[in-house]
Design a protein around this ligand. Sequence first.
Ligand SMILES: [Zn+2]
Ligand SMILES: [Zn+2]
Length: 369
Amino acid sequence: MRELQFERSGRLAWHERDRPVIVDPHDAIVRPFIAGRCDGDTVPIHRPVSRALRVGMALRLVDPVVGSICGRVPYRGPFAIGHECVAEIVSLGPGVTGLRVGQRVVVPWAVSCGTCAPCQRGLTAKCATTTASGGTLAAYGFGAACGPWGGMIADEFRVPFAEHMLVPVPPGIPAERVAAAGDNLADAWRAVVPPLAAREGGSVLVLGGGAKSIGLYAAGLAVAHGAGVVDYLDDDAERRSIAESFGASTQEGQGGYDVVVEATSRASGLRRGLRALAPGGVCTAVGYYFATGTRVPLMHMYATDATLRLGVSHSRANLPGLLDFLRRTGFPAERVTTHTAAWDDAPAAYTARTTKLVLRRDPLGDDSV
Ligand SMILES: [Zn+2]
Ligand SMILES: [Zn+2]
């Protein structure tokens, strides 16, 4: 069976691995047919960061937690990559109820059980059961430090706790629309929808360009959720035009935003976003900030009663609300996809310098039964 693996910066390849089998009655085997490339995956692909991160951790310039997610030698290939997909269920363990073979499902990037205390609180990416062996995260597509799960760009893969993990795609939603629902789209959701719900009609600033697709999803979701103002800032013309197509402005406003989404993935963007907040505003930073010693303007935050939200996205917890919104509104999330490639071309396509790559192959069935 084939699985896409990251070998080193700029190089990916298909590798053979054993076909997955049901090992627990609550397992499922799924066949992905749409896969998105997470914004974070471009970090090791487009830059040779492995050595710099290793040296940085040794010198304490990079937070050592990076090693517990990406390995003590971060991003050392080969490892199976890919953690956003829509899949068809191929087989189900005897203990799984409520799902059927052939059903189309979104698979969250983080592996969670659904019943432990963190899962019950919605912290599904911090599941106590799946991280019990000591990892910081249990996830697809990050290598051995995040568990034995492999990547999602594979002929098939195994999903534990299937009744909880697999979220059926509601009828009427094209699979391409939810290519990133298992990670980046859900990440944008949590950065915009709950803070805007608490600040109805509020103004939103998105600093884009680092977490490239998340920033665009956030701009679109903000417009669709009734934000009074949505300003999307990015130096990339293609992304600005996508943001405008969602109804966002690409001019910087007067400041004083109720909600800021920091998607530049830079400490300077973090500081800029925090300083742009209105009193009582919330900034959610969705990028990676590897360096220690980030200068966060705490006194400015104190003076404006600012909230900074950071953290892995608990996509499983957000999927029901997100999918229901997509079903009701037809929000065209697929507009963020800037490049669609054939599944077989994944090794070359996954290195593309494009905002959002989606891989696709034909599904086996039509999921209408
Ligand atoms: Zn991701
Ligand atoms: Zn759990």
